[in-house]
Design a protein around this ligand. Sequence first.
Ligand code: AMP
Ligand code: MG
Length: 328
Amino acid sequence: MNNFVIGIESTAHTFGVGLCTVDGKIIEDFSSHFVPEKGGIHPREASEHHTKIASNILKKALEMVNELNGKIIGIGFSQGPGLGPCLRVGATIARAIASYLNVPLYGVHHGVAHIEIGKKLSNARDPLVVLVSGGHTVITALEEGRYRIFGETLDISLGNLIDMFMREAGYPSPAGALCEKLAKESNEITDLPYIVKGTDLSFSGILTAAVRKLRNGTSIKVLCRSIQEVSFSMLTEVTERALVHTGKNEILLVGGVAANKRLKEMLRIMAQDHNASFHTIDKWNGDNGAMIAWVTALLLQFGSPLDVNKSFVKPLWRLDEVDIPWKG
Ligand code: AMP
Ligand code: MG
């Protein structure tokens, strides 16, 4: 009989249930994404989507456990950071299953999950990690039991910059893939503010300037290309500085924005200049349940369970506040 853990993701637009054997040999994801008709992700609307879809998704995961003659021995959920109403859907379901099955409950940090699934699926061992998603833009590495942050955004995330700009142009979120496609259709670049402060980044000035240029008639294709070139160059610069500072010889790119080919190209070229290897993953870069299940399996082995009565969600949980009980 296979011993499984279940991981529930519900920080923002995705409701996902992941399955993982405790040794990480079988790993699967059942996810559903909330797509707003227009505009950004409204927390209440997204949480309603999660509530509606949850039983269906959960059923698929439980059926798979049955088919594989498995047994569930632990439940994890994204405890934060994220949108409060969305986080509470996942937390409530996780608590209910943990109590019903009488198995331990684990709180997973969403950013740690993006990183750990990246490490598992790429062959990076001790990388400098670039985590770029809707919620995070950080350059980090595991040092003495915590993900230490060597650089991060001072305002909005890179994913938000792209999505908020695209929204101004009339495209619903997430629109990173569309931005990448439009960027490829332009050879021209227009000036946008390049803001690096030490090892930190600021993207809000780019957004303001790009929106102003859009309203003044600059083509969306030129603006998509320019936003990518400027913001990705900024990110590559601070990653290079962190690489030299930490002396690491691997770079791992994870999170939803890691799907972008131009970003991968820039980081790969910079890594080569420093004789470092570049790693990323194709599957499970966007939000999913599998990454939560995998960290639940790690926590089952190395961490401690949560007391159900104290399993509150943490919408503002920082990556560098999380104790990491495993090495490498
Ligand atoms: P996550 O929160 O990890 O699911 O990441 C979602 C973010 O990734 C959103 O801001 C998307 O717009 C962004 N994203 C997805 N695909 C791409 C892409 N090809 N280029 C840039 N950003 C992307
Ligand atoms: Mg994410």
